[in-house]
Design a protein. Structure first.
Length: 551
């Protein structure tokens, strides 16, 4: 009887064994598509086909009046200026006006960090290609008013171009045609069989390989990008030979998402129509007594440097990583998030990802960072989050959803923050860590001392010992400050060195005086147990440039 039972179990295991399969393509199409996808239509349009509007601009001052909508200042006479124009006043509305005779077409506005436009008193919305379409007039001059939204230390209006409607449409079609040609080349070159299929449309290809993004304690999104309108399924399991679980995949505009249990998804592959991907491995580990993870910020589109950062993070073998904003250089360019996902795939662990001001670039129609949310979040998932791993509790904030930057006292986020930081889960954690893109203290960016609104929000909690560590970005360097609190110490670090251009060596503020300030590209490495928290700042060659302990 025992032998019969053993044979039955053996047969069941054999029958459940994963079927052998051959991937349809040997890799993603990214390398063939990147040079086209990364360029905006504006960059493709030749210089002679776009009109630079240099003359006639007037500056109507600046203010810090809060709100996502605003009114043009009641000033009858502006100051005549030449573009580019810039002022050193952080978190400000900056106002400009011009009177122009323009035919129907599009305006392209280069402003730091972004802009809103009114033509003859009517608000004009920015389209997905980052142009403002309007009905022109060659008989009556148009009154152009621009609100520049400056979320950093300084900002202003750099350039304004006018482009004919037919010119934009021509180059938009040209870009799409070139993309499709490159896509077909990628399919042919990565095809794994000797004979090509009769119908390539049955075999869509992916652009970026899957990335793990946590959404709750035990659930992850598997997220990848690829050709639109493909019916996809995910096959996953805890063993490469036992990929037994199957889930339907949601596809929306070429972004693919599957929610899976973090306990079951150690190996997986997906299908898109008739396409079969290679088998992927996820590194998933959890411990109640200790945790190790990396933190990084301000990769900002320097993909070569960020590749060196991710290589070093992979060597560390973290349980997860945390990206604290300015993950791309221009949040208005959706392809930059494809590049980001492609790079993060190289570190096969969960990635907690939160926006900075540049992830909000060109989102000032409604202050929703559409490309960030589409590529890095799931459905109605918030841009702020609480979670626990090992002995640590984490709060990640998003002050960029407001103008000026901050967590508005009347906002849903503030209600959530106050409830979370006063919860038993937070109070009982061994280590209490806050992530926020804009730092409460900064010395390394000339003209910027840190964000007062963040300082005011967090100060009562670190002074009472309810925050042990605050990790930020925004300033492009490494900074560290440790302050005594009621019960122990609170450390403040800036890890804004994942790729963005570093702050100039000879420029800094006299106050606040940080304990450490180093201008090299880097990331943070944290190891914590119930006795101590160790932080290391690590450069692109794996060298430790700073280290401290909290006990």
């Amino acid at each position: 009887m025992k032998n019969t039972f053993f044979l039955f179990v053996l047969l069941m295991l054999i029958s459940c064994k994963r079927e052998e399969f051959t991937p349809t393509y040997s890799g993603s199409a990214f390398t063939y598509l990147d040079s086209i996808g990364n360029l905006s239509v504006f960059q493709i349009i030749p210089k002679e086909e776009k009109l630079l509007l240099e003359e006639g601009w007037e500056f109507y001052g600046w203010d810090t009046i809060p709100g996502k909508t605003a009114s043009f200042p009641e000033i009858t006479l502006g100051e005549k200026i030449q573009l580019p124009h810039r002022i050193p006043y952080p978190n400000s509305n900056i106002w400009y006006s011009n009177t122009l005779e323009l035919a129907e077409g599009y305006l392209w506005i280069n402003a730091d960090d972004g802009a809103q436009l009114w033509v003859n008193g009517v608000r004009v919305m920015q389209n997905s290609e980052l142009f403002f379409p309007f009905e022109g007039s060659t008989e009556t001059p148009l009154q152009i008013k621009i609100r520049v939204i400056n979320d950093a230390a300084s900002g202003g209006l750099k350039q304004v171009f006018w482009v004919k409607r037919e010119v934009l449409e021509k180059h938009l079609n040209e870009k799409q045609n070139n993309f499709e040609i490159a896509l077909q080349k990628a399919k042919e070159n990565f095809w794994t069989e000797d004979i090509h299929p009769e119908n390539w449309e049955d075999y869509p290809i992916w652009y970026s390989s899957p990335v793990l993004i946590p959404i709750s304690k035990d659930s992850l999104i598997l997220r990848w990008t690829g050709e639109k309108n493909a019916h996809a399924k995910l096959h996953f399991g805890h063993d490469p030979n036992m990929v037994l679980n199957t889930k339907d995949v949601k596809e929306e505009n070429g972004v693919f998402s599957a929610i899976v249990s973090s306990k079951k998804c150690h190996y997986f592959h997906f299908k898109m129509n008739k396409t079969i991907s290679p088998l992927f491995k996820a590194t998933l580990s959890a411990s109640t007594k200790s945790v190790s993870f990396t933190v990084w910020a301000d990769s900002q589109g320097d993909w070569e440097t960020f590749s060196e950062i991710t290589n070093q993070m992979k060597i560390k073998n973290p349980q997860f990583t945390v990206g604290i904003g300015d993950l791309v250089g221009n949040g208005g360019n959706s392809w930059q998030y494809v590049k980001l996902l492609r790079q993060l795939h190289e570190v096969p662990v969960p990635h907690y990802l939160f926006p900075g001001n540049h992830d909000y670039d060109n989102s000032y129609n409604d202050w929703i960072p559409t490309n960030f949310k589409k590529n890095l979040k799931y459905q109605n998932q918030k841009n702020y989050q609480f979670w626990q791993e090992g002995p640590c509790a984490f709060i990640a904030l998003d002050p960029n959803e407001n103008f000026p930057v901050g967590v508005n006292i009347h906002s849903e986020q503030n209600d959530w923050f106050q409830k979370t930081i006063n919860s038993e889960a937070w109070k009982n954690a061994y280590w209490k860590i806050v992530f926020v893109h804009q730092p409460p203290f900064s010395q390394g960016w000339k003209g910027y001392k840190g964000e007062k609104c963040i300082l005011d929000l967090l100060k009562p909690y670190w002074e009472s010992g309810q925050i042990d560590l605050v990790v930020s970005g925004h300033t492009h360097d490494y900074e560290r400050l440790i302050i005594e609190n009621k019960t122990n110490q609170t450390a403040f670090v800036i890890v804004g060195g994942a790729g963005g251009k570093l702050e100039p060596e000879d420029e800094l503020e006299a106050f606040p005086k940080m304990d450490k300030l180093i201008r090299v590209h880097h990331f943070g490495w944290i190891v914590a147990d119930q006795e101590q928290l160790e932080f290391e700042a690590v450069d692109v060659e794996g060298r430790v440039i700073d280290r401290f302990l909290l006990n």
